[in-house]
Design a protein around this ligand. Structure first.
Ligand SMILES: Cc1cc2nc3c(=O)[nH]c(=O)nc-3n(C[C@H](O)[C@H](O)[C@H](O)COP(=O)(O)OP(=O)(O)OC[C@H]3O[C@@H](n4cnc5c(N)ncnc54)[C@H](O)[C@@H]3O)c2cc1C
Length: 382
């Protein structure tokens, strides 16, 4: 049995930040994986979008202001700078290491953690018991004892390991994930830029975003779709619709005028959108407009033009599920059950940091910022 003052379970972004912030040296960091902060390597397409200069609670499912007041994006940038990391931000405020390599972030974390506590790699925590003010942490290889435990295990199945501690979890569901949609097969591979996408959930909640959409064999992907997937995730049901306005910069009147003049192209209707939309997109518009394409464009009636306009402004797809390659999980331990230091209100000295908390943000560096913020908030009070 190994004895420590503090045990941090999970050496991801939040667990590492927690260890770095912790003044106590007698800490054990336990992770099922082989190395520290390994997931950071895949973030931001290998570039690691570590935070965002536009940071506030509106980018998250819940209010995290009181935690951001303790450690926000500016604090995170100062902190990483003090570790040697040089960063830059893009026009949307997304911050990346200047090397454009997530490995730089992992490397500075590893360097800084060199003499901090002991790292136990390749050990999966199976159970945690709490007895006489002590926690006993059982892994698949060893047994650890400490007065304080931090759970920083991301969106894993950790709730099974602590079910005897009476901590309630909101069910984890995938978020920031491609949406599985019906009838998209014919558009597979198509990329649409500067379109406005509106999502409506089964219960009628709506949200919209402008940007790029990618069609996959069974659904839709791209940052806009990832962000809208959060709407479905927070309702716990991936059912509803996605409607795409293909030309958001034109109103219906302008578009109607444009299509009226295009009648004079005098081409067969199936060529009506040549020079305007890709073929597969045109076919989808005709299909959703229920239009007979077997005639000359000059013969398009006003009613048919109206139907085409409606479809171009509202190309619809049914959402039937989500993919399984999500970036984050929505759900976890509710902030209401945690105090200002993210300690459980029910179990003293049991802390939670990172994605295991019921905090999820949109794309753009928000989820890592929560990992840094929560890791720092917990680490500082250990
Ligand atoms: C492909 C991808 C790209 C992303 N890009 C970005 C981005 O650019 N910007 C951004 O802000 N966010 C991004 N994210 C989200 C971000 O990575 C997470 O929000 C963040 O890593 C969460 O940190 P965490 O410490 O809570 O959990 P994690 O990083 O998941 O770490 C949890 C750790 O706990 C360990 N663990 C789990 N269970 C156990 C157990 N029972 N015993 C022992 N160890 C255990 C795991 O091995 C893991 O190392 C991305 C995610 C993905 C998947």
């Amino acid at each position: 049995m190994k004895k420590f003052d503090v045990i941090i379970i999970g050496a991801g972004a939040s667990g590492c930040m927690c260890a770095l912030a912790c003044k106590n040296q007698n800490i054990a960091i336990i992770d099922a994986g082989k190395s520290l902060a390994k997931k950071i390597m895949v973030t931001g397409n290998g570039r690691c979008n570590l935070t965002n200069k536009n940071m506030n609670s509106s980018y998250f499912n819940t209010n995290i202001d009181k935690y951001l007041q303790k450690f926000n994006e500016k604090d995170a940038l100062r902190f990483f700078e003090s570790l040697g990391l040089i960063t830059y931000s893009d026009p949307e405020g997304r911050v990346y290491p200047i090397s454009n390599s997530a490995k730089s972030v992992v490397d500075v974390i590893n360097l800084a953690l060199k003499n901090k506590g002991q790292f136990f790699a390749g050990q999966k925590v199976i159970e945690i018991h709490h007895q006489n003010d002590q926690f006993c942490v059982l892994t698949d290889k060893d047994e650890f004892v400490a007065k304080k435990v931090v759970v920083a295990t991301g969106g894993s199945t950790m709730q099974n390991s602590i079910k005897n501690l009476d901590i309630s979890f909101k069910k984890f569901v995938p978020s920031l994930v491609p949406l599985e949609c019906s009838n998209v097969k014919d558009l597979n591979g198509i990329k649409l830029s500067n379109v406005k996408v509106a999502a409506t959930t089964k219960s009628g909640k709506t949200a919209s975003e402008i940007g790029e959409v990618l069609f996959k064999e069974k659904g839709l992907s791209g940052i806009v779709i990832f962000n809208l997937s959060a709407l479905f995730a927070r309702e716990r049901v991936f059912e509803g619709t996605v409607q795409i306005d293909l030309l958001p910069d034109m109103n219906e009147k302008q578009l109607t005028e444009l299509l009226m003049t295009r009648r004079s192209l005098c081409v067969n209707v199936d060529k009506f959108f040549v020079g305007m939309f890709q073929n597969a997109v045109s076919n989808e518009i005709f299909m959703q407009s229920k239009l007979n394409t077997n005639k000359n464009s000059a013969k398009l009636t006003n009613d048919e033009i109206k139907r085409l306009v409606k479809t171009i402004k509202c190309l619809s797809f049914g959402v039937v599920n989500c993919y399984d390659n999500n970036q984050v999980f929505s759900g976890g331990v509710c902030l209401n059950d945690l105090d200002n230091h993210l300690m459980s209100k029910k179990v003293k000295n049991l802390y939670f940091a990172g994605e295991v908390c019921d905090v999820d943000g949109v794309c753009g560096g928000y989820n890592l910022q929560w990992a840094w913020t929560s890791g720092m908030v917990v680490g500082e009070c250990l």
